[in-house]
Design a protein around this ligand. Structure first.
Ligand code: NAD
Length: 496
């Protein structure tokens, strides 16, 4: 099984029922390194059966014991941070420090979930009426599923798994088929940490597996992270089947630079946020909004920094940016540069001219495009690559209007020295996550992550308190222990 990425069902690897598979590449060399099985609905059936059986015990396991499994999971993950990061870098292409960063951000959600005895506490009101008390409890849902994208093969699954499992559910992960190996490490390390068989399962595959999960009557909730068209589809199909759904979609994150900002700091921030992970982050800055007369200066500062970027193999030392995930994706991203030129934008730096673009591997240099306006394909689409578009506007109201007219609303940030301008922006901008002098405002684990509009279908964000709510359902109990002196039939409607 060494070169085949299998499922993980009932505590062990399993090749399943399928005769279909897909190649897994090292994007830095363009070599096929492994293949991944593409599961069938029968594989989903066996994962659901295992998870359903495990739920009977896990859902009733005391809170402190569930927390202990999370503490142990944290320890084994901590010991394996670099191993996991290497696997990520090999299949995704991102640099090793970046991959280590994503594992650490995922680990923070495991740490959050260690506090489940406190997080799953409810409320109690003594004496809502004479001898009547009311209290609420939150119970797990049962078998829940997570469907995740290629760009964070550890962090995004770890947004879901710890919270879902700590609250007493059992979990089935359907990872991206582009970089599937990390999912097996996450699952086997859970077993190593003492996680019971069947509590955390992985079914590899594509649409066939996703649809089987969306349609399975025992799957109670679905968390999805990926592109907007698929998020919309998942939300529609799973909610029509009566499931609870949170479906996070794509993004076009804007960063506004006001004339009073520290321009050197803003240039450092935008270069890191636009080109880090080759722009394949849902919170990457892809649209820079330059306010007033600073635009020429900012374009120069960014161009200088692009010239110094080291682009190459993700595991090599000193590399800032690795390749894109597949050849098709690299070609799609590159096509936007050409279209931008035809649409009348100014291509200041063309990533296709970088010498790395001619090497084996799915490389593309960083691109900078100026004078971009809405209506151009490079602005209207999520590109998900190392392409930064710059739009010039006259004032901060025009910047806000631009952002608030966009179909996506994941993150938005502002760079300024003015507290009142920042405060106005945070209040008026339509985005789920806002940064003030922070380009990528990904919330820490004890807050929740998510956007608005086409960036999220459903109404709960992931992890944090909203995650706990998503994976549990409430019940309110009203109890009366009546004193014998007050017994008697009462035909009135109960009142307080
Ligand atoms: P994708 O939508 O292509 O795939 C996501 C998942 O859906 C994968 O597991 C894939 O196998 C499955 N899938 C793909 N096509 C399907 C279909 N037709 N039917 C059913 N399932 C299908 O996304 P991707 O390319 O892996 O990831 C990049 C996208 O994810 C970007 O749009 C990015 O913005 C988004 N993303 C969003 C967030 C967020 O928090 N909002 C975070 C990370 C990534």
């Amino acid at each position: 099984m060494e070169n085949v990425v299998a499922h993980y069902i009932d505590g062990k690897e399993n090749l399943g029922e399928s005769d279909r598979s897909s190649n897994v590449y090292d994007p830095g060399t363009a070599q096929v390194t492994r293949s991944v099985v593409l599961g069938t609905s029968l594989d989903v059936d066996s994962a659901v059966a295992s998870a359903h059986q495990a739920f009977a015990t896990w859902g009733k396991t005391p809170l402190s014991q569930r927390a202990r499994v999370m503490f142990a999971y944290r320890e084994v993950l901590e010991r394996n941070v670099t191993n996991i990061a290497r696997v990520i870098s090999n299949e995704h292409g991102k640099t090793l420090p970046d991959a280590i960063g994503e594992v650490r951000r995922g680990l923070e959600v495991v740490e959050f979930a260690c506090g489940i005895p406190q997080l799953q506490k409810s409320q109690y009101s003594e004496g809502v009426s004479r001898e009547v008390d009311t209290f609420s409890i939150r119970q797990p849902l049962g078998v829940v599923a997570g469907i995740t994208p290629f760009n964070f093969p550890a962090m995004v699954p770890l947004w879901m798994i710890p919270v879902a499992i700590a609250t007493g559910n059992t979990f089935i992960l359907k990872p991206s088929e582009k970089d599937p190996s990390t999912s097996l490490l996450l699952a086997s390390l859970f077993s190593e940490a003492g996680g019971p068989d069947g509590v955390f399962n992985v079914v590899q595959g594509d649409k066939t597996v996703v649809d089987a999960l969306l349609d399975h009557s025992l799957v109670r909730a679905v968390s999805f992270v990926g592109s907007t068209p698929i998020a919309r589809y998942i939300y529609g199909r799973a909610s029509a089947n009566g499931k609870r759904v949170q479906a996070l979609g794509g993004a076009k994150n804007h960063m506004v630079v006001l004339p009073d900002a520290d321009l050197e700091a803003a240039a450092d921030a935008v270069v890191s946020a636009a080109y880090g992970s080759a722009g394949e982050r849902c919170m990457a800055i892809s649209a820079l909004v330059l306010v007033g007369d600073i635009a020429d200066k900012m374009i120069d500062l960014i161009s200088d920094r692009i010239a110094k970027l080291h682009i190459g193999y993700g595991i090599d030392e000193g590399v800032d940016m690795g390749p894109l995930v597949t050849a098709e994706h690299r070609d799609r991203v590159a096509s936007f540069i050409e279209t931008a030129r035809k649409d009348g934008a100014r291509v200041v730096v063309d990533g296709r001219d970088h010498k790395v673009a001619s090497e084996a591997g799915f490389y593309l240099g960083a691109s900078l495009i100026d004078n971009v306006t809405p209506g151009m394909a490079v602005y209207d689409n999520e590109i998900f690559g190392p392409v930064l578009s710059c739009t010039r506007v006259a004032d901060s109201n025009a910047a806000l209007e631009l952002i608030n007219s966009n179909q996506f609303a994941n993150g938005a940030s502002i760079f300024t020295r003015s507290g009142s301008a920042a405060r106005y922006f945070q209040s008026e901008v339509s985005a789920g996550m806002v940064g003030i002098n922070v380009p990528i405002p990904v919330p820490v684990a004890y807050y929740s992550f998510g956007g608005y509009k086409d960036s999220l279908f459903g109404d709960t964000h992931v992890h944090g308190e909203e995650g706990v709510k998503f994976y549990t359902r409430g019940k309110v109990v009203t109890q009366r222990w009546v004193h014998e002196s007050r017994r008697g039939v009462d035909f009135g409607f109960p009142q307080t």
